[in-house]
Design a binder for this molecule. Structure first.
Ligand code: PNW
Length: 492
């Protein structure tokens, strides 16, 4: 007989993949060691340190290049099923235009990392590109060079060849929006190009072609023997309507199309191509502004077909929501720019809990809204949450109760999604440990483990949230009364 208790108990399936995530430049350090060449973050942090909030860089970061065994020990302490990390392109290809010559020391590092995980049955999930482009490729125009898709495919093949016997979960790109909109259309990420009119759109097309080349290379030449899966990770913020009016619903849809539909629609929709309403708006504005044609580039019939369906799963980075209004809460946008093209306002209510990152608030049902939306829109694809997490200021230390509230709510929203029939196969917390938070340097901390960046050893210490996450991973249940007694003993 089923006890009433067990009936209320909501469980994660045994094969649900619980993990944590990081990225190469944010943790590795060893920026100029053993043959690694300069990447675009090395260049900017060394030549324009003032653009980083605390003028810091990732030269050493958490020094995972030397601490990788401790990293895997942390995964074991947490009882993780999986670990998502990224490979540094400039660490394994000393000349990215000559992909037949690899840097063996770089290959060895990732082999050691992967083998150490596999020793303990931890499934590696590998991001092929998480923002650390070789500077040489940036000097040639980076993602705006029409050769970029070929460079990326060459690099992806090196990665599949060297690690594909053991890695079965591949992500081509982390977050096209952050790469293209923040880095090319704006200056919130390196390479800081701020080409507001076309940067985002030209970058998006080349990124999609590069992703598709990587996917097809894997699918045709590696999958038949390696039997893994290849997808892409897109940051999907939930944009809901501020009011129930028709124009706010339309405004929210337009903003979703601009923020992530631009990258998701060509890959995951049945018809392929850029999102329809958004493409119409950009075309109309472009002509009014004196451009010869739409600032959003065209995809040829052949390109559309090449990109459409290039996935085994949809990786979602999700942190927060925003409410969208057709007329209210508008701010000043550059003209022309993506936000001017969309021309709607966004709003985050005051009663949503605020994290240390200004963009991050805890929104109700945020994961559920995204998951059920993607399920319905894209015909129930396999999904992974490849990042989700909460930031604090460094001084907040080890007792991270807000983060615990956030994770419990997020994971309850995951359970709601599973109950609604979403084909969600795993969840990666961002992040395993504190790391280099891009333009924010070390001023915002996302770690389940605190890293003491002032210590030589870059000492890692579990926060309270680490114990809570560990308990959830182990029991497959969220016990909202659980207090980590291990930690309380260890603190005094
Ligand atoms: C991610 N948003 O970026 C990145 O993948 C990580 O490298 C980064 O450290 C982490 O989030 C925390 O910032 C995002 O506004 C930043 O929704 C912002 C958003 C999404 C993703």
């Amino acid at each position: 007989a089923v006890s009433s208790n067990a009936q209320q108990e909501r469980r994660f399936p045994d094969d649900f993949l619980f993990g944590a995530a990081t990225a190469s430049y944010q943790i590795e350090g060893a920026w100029n060691v053993d043959g690694k060449i300069e990447n675009i973050w090395d260049r900017v942090t060394h030549t324009k340190p003032h653009v980083i909030k605390d003028m810091s860089n990732g030269d050493i970061a958490a020094n995972s290049y030397y601490n990788y065994k401790r990293d895997v020990e942390m995964m074991r302490e947490l009882g993780l099923d999986a670990y998502r990390f990224s490979i540094s392109w400039p660490r394994i290809l000393p000349n990215p235009l000559a992909p037949y010559k690899v840097n063996q020391a770089g290959i060895d590092f990732y082999n050691n990392y992967i083998n150490e995980m596999l020793k303990y049955n931890i499934t590696p999930m590998v991001t092929i590109y998480h923002w650390d482009l070789p500077q040489k490729l940036q000097d040639l125009g980076g993602l705006l060079n029409p050769l970029f898709p070929e460079w990326f495919e060459d690099y992806a093949r090196v990665v599949f060849e060297n690690f594909g016997d053991r890695v079965k979960l591949w992500i081509t790109f982390n977050e096209p929006r952050e790469i293209c909109y923040q880095g090319y259309g704006g200056n919130d990420k390196v390479p800081l190009l701020n080409l507001t009119d076309v940067g985002t759109y030209y970058c998006a097309k080349n990124l999609l072609l590069a992703h598709a080349r990587g996917y097809h290379a894997y699918n045709n030449d590696f999958k038949p023997t390696q039997n893994g899966e290849c997808g892409i990770t897109i940051s999907v913020t939930w944009f809901g309507p501020l009011t129930d009016s028709e124009e706010d619903h339309y405004a929210a849809e337009l903003r979703r199309q601009a923020e992530w539909g631009l990258y998701a629609e060509p890959i995951f929709s049945e018809q392929g191509g850029f999102p329809k309403e958004f493409a119409e708006v950009v075309a109309k504005k472009s002509i009014e502004q004196g451009y010869k044609k739409s600032r959003l580039p065209e995809l040829s019939e052949e390109e559309r077909k090449f990109i459409q369906g290039s996935f085994d799963f949809f990786g979602v980075n999700h942190y927060t929501s925003s409410l969208v209004s057709a007329n209210e809460h508008k701010t000043v946008y550059a003209v022309p720019s993506m936000l001017d093209d969309v021309d709607v306002g966004t709003y985050k209510p005051d009663d949503w809990l605020q994290a240390a990152s200004d963009w991050l608030k805890m929104a109700p049902n945020s994961i559920y809204n995204v998951m059920t939306h993607l399920m319905e829109k894209y015909n129930n694809p396999a999904l992974y949450i490849t990042e989700n997490g909460w930031s604090q200021v460094p001084e907040a230390g080890l007792i991270d109760d807000d983060r615990i509230v956030y994770y419990r709510a997020a994971l309850n929203s995951v359970l709601d999604s599973l109950e609604a029939g979403v084909n969600l196969k795993g969840y990666m917390a961002w992040s395993l440990m504190d790391n280099y938070e891009w333009m924010q340097g070390y001023t915002e901390r996302f770690g389940l483990y605190e890293v003491d960046f002032t210590s030589e050893a870059k000492t890692r210490t579990p926060r309270k949230s680490a114990f809570v996450y560990k308990q959830i991973v182990k029991t497959r249940v969220i016990d909202s009364d659980y207090e980590p007694t291990e930690m309380i003993m260890w603190i005094d």
